[in-house]
Design a protein around this ligand. Structure first.
Ligand code: ARG
Length: 567
């Protein structure tokens, strides 16, 4: 809603200034850096040059014109501080506007910046027969949330799990399975056993490099369709997917496509041919490469033995997605360590002459740390994701048993809390940063945690359940008080927050917003009782609480968290 006012001010003020100064300025209306400066702010520096008048003259003119525009009915005062014109809004008018616009709350915050557009989001994308790593968990959580955010912005979202189901590692796993594998053990516990075999292979290959050749040979035959290997590969893929589904189910995540790397096996020759036709392929010691200029290492498209590479499959996948979904944006939610890969991918597409190269975005992210070290291994062992999530749920259950032992459905609630705690702990950090993984801290009901948000929502619900609503007009004058107004203003910023999260591809923008909203509510509730005698005051508070809860719940949903009714 504040965004509506921003747009109105811009649209109403610009033509007036342009007529007055015979110019073509573009204004920006933003929030001031510090809240005490006002609610909205118009920076003047950027237009001084164009208007060719001294700053004080311009400032006076802008203030004068601002006072005349129709939107000024929402202004309480207009001031200027060092090159900015700051507007303080009329709290009562704004509260009325926000509450009316909110209505029943359906679709509140929905924007239309993505209407008619499609985005492909490539996320999670684990490598089969390898453990689902903490990095894949991050990709899953961030990608899923970005999908929700972009849907809320009007985009059609295609969620793609680009499974790592191809590559020399299968040569390794298959070799190990056929030579040292115990069929019964593997059948009882496929992924875990296959991972062990893979690890064993790598151990043995350190002493016996000829194993690597064997693995390469097997992989090559697999690529060429050797039936025995293909059947094994199918088995490995299916069992791995079954395993991942457990994690996806816990996280409540799903995909529109599970086309992994292997899917593009028969679609790569076309890419190679096109590169050749466009004179982009160069022979280099038997291999085929694309030269990417001075600042980038060349892209290796085909090895000297004819086998293709990760980037070749990504090129084929990209063209397939462009043809199939006609995307406006293609996002890849993958860790920082693949930055070079995606820079190269984009560059190759650009050299091929495709304008949509600019629509490719690598949504990179940092590491998960434990005691300052990369979390993928603990005591030399691989951290199993399911165990981590289970541990989070168990800790949440302990917490419930301590705080509210009488609660019904304790296990189901603990699961929702535990999983959401892990999700929130990830998303509250700006994605490119590394962060510490401390289970005890993240499942706590106090602090900047997921359970704190869930708890605040539950608390509001129980307050609302305990009061009798009545049909009376609201008292907007109450919003003159800061602790009322701050909440309404925050609610009015929801849409802007979602747009910012989309623009930065950063769910953390929403996470921080929700923490702020929850803490505003909790301080409000420390000062105010809701169940008061006066029906008008009571009804006004009920309305404010309802709106707060709706926004909290919707925001949590965007992050991929679960809303809880009792805890
Ligand atoms: N499977 C890859 C890995 O785990 C990630 C794939 C990301 N997506 C892509 N289109 N390259 O490293």
């Amino acid at each position: 809603m504040l965004s509506i006012l921003k747009t109105r001010i811009k649209e109403e003020l610009e033509p007036r200034l342009n007529v007055r100064f015979q110019a073509q300025v573009q204004l920006i209306v933003e929030e001031p850096k510090k809240a005490e400066l006002g609610d909205l702010s118009v920076p003047i520096f950027s237009i001084v040059k164009e208007l060719r008048k001294p700053l004080p003259v311009i400032i006076d003119a802008v203030k004068e014109e601002l006072a005349k525009i129709p939107a000024s009915e929402y202004f309480a005062s207009i001031d200027s501080v060092s090159g900015f014109i700051n507007i303080t809004l009329d709290k009562v008018m704004v509260a009325k506007m926000v509450i009316e616009e909110f209505g029943t709350g359906a679709n509140y915050g929905q924007t239309h910046i993505g209407d008619g557009k499609t985005v492909c989001i490539d996320y999670s994308s684990p490598n089969i027969a390898k453990p689902f790593s903490v990095g894949h968990l991050r990709s899953t959580i961030i990608g899923h949330s970005l999908g929700n955010i972009m849907e809320k912005c009007g985009y059609k979202v295609v969620r793609i799990n680009h499974l790592g189901d191809f590559g020399t590692q299968f040569g390794k796993t298959i070799y190990a399975y056929l030579n040292w594998g115990n069929k019964a053990l593997v059948e009882a516990n496929p992924v875990e056993e296959l991972v062990k075999l893979y690890v064993e292979f790598n151990e043995k290959a350190k002493d016996d490099p000829s194993l690597e050749d064997e693995a390469r040979r097997i992989f090559k035959e697999l690529e060429e369709g050797n039936e025995k290997y293909v059947n094994l590969w199918n088995y490995i893929r299916e069992e791995s997917l079954k395993d991942y589904m457990k994690v996806y189910k816990l996280l409540d995540v799903s995909f529109d496509s599970y086309n992994g790397e292997a899917f593009y096996n028969d679609k790569m020759q076309a890419v190679v041919d096109e590169l050749q036709a466009k004179h982009l392929l160069k022979k280099d010691q038997g291999a085929m490469i694309v030269d990417l200029g001075e600042n980038l290492p060349p892209a290796l498209i085909q090895k000297s033995d004819g086998s293709t590479l990760y980037i070749t499959r990504d090129l084929a996948a990209l063209f397939y997605r462009k043809n199939t979904y006609d995307f406006d944006e293609a996002l890849y939610v993958v860790g920082n360590e693949q930055k070079l890969h995606f820079t190269q991918l984009q560059k190759v597409v650009e050299l091929m002459g495709y304008d949509f190269a600019k629509d490719i975005h690598h949504i990179n992210f940092g590491l998960v740390l434990q005691d300052g070290k990369k979390m993928s291994t603990r005591k030399g062992k691989i951290v199993k994701l399911e165990d981590v999530l289970e541990e989070a749920c168990k800790l949440s259950l302990d917490y419930i048993n301590e705080k509210n032992p009488e609660l019904q459905d304790k296990d189901a609630t603990a699961e929702k809390i535990g999983v959401s705690a892990v999700i929130f702990n990830d998303l509250k950090n700006y994605r490119t940063n590394d962060f510490e993984f401390n289970l005890e801290e993240m499942v706590n009901f106090v602090g900047q945690t997921g359970p704190y948000l869930q708890y605040t929502s539950v608390r509001i619900k129980s307050i609302l359940d305990s009061v009798e609503p009545v049909e009376v007009p609201l008292d907007y004058n109450l919003f003159r008080e800061d602790h009322y107004f701050e909440i309404i203003k925050n609610i009015s910023l929801y849409e802007d927050t979602i747009i910012k999260a989309k623009q930065e591809y950063a769910p953390s923008v929403i996470a921080k917003y929700l923490l702020n909203l929850a803490s505003l509510f909790n301080s409000f509730y420390a000062k105010e009782r809701v169940n008061v005698e006066n029906p008008v005051e009571r009804e006004t508070k009920i309305r404010l609480l309802r709106m707060t809860r709706e926004v909290l719940n919707d925001g949590m949903r965007l992050l991929g968290m679960q809303v809880i009714l009792k805890m």
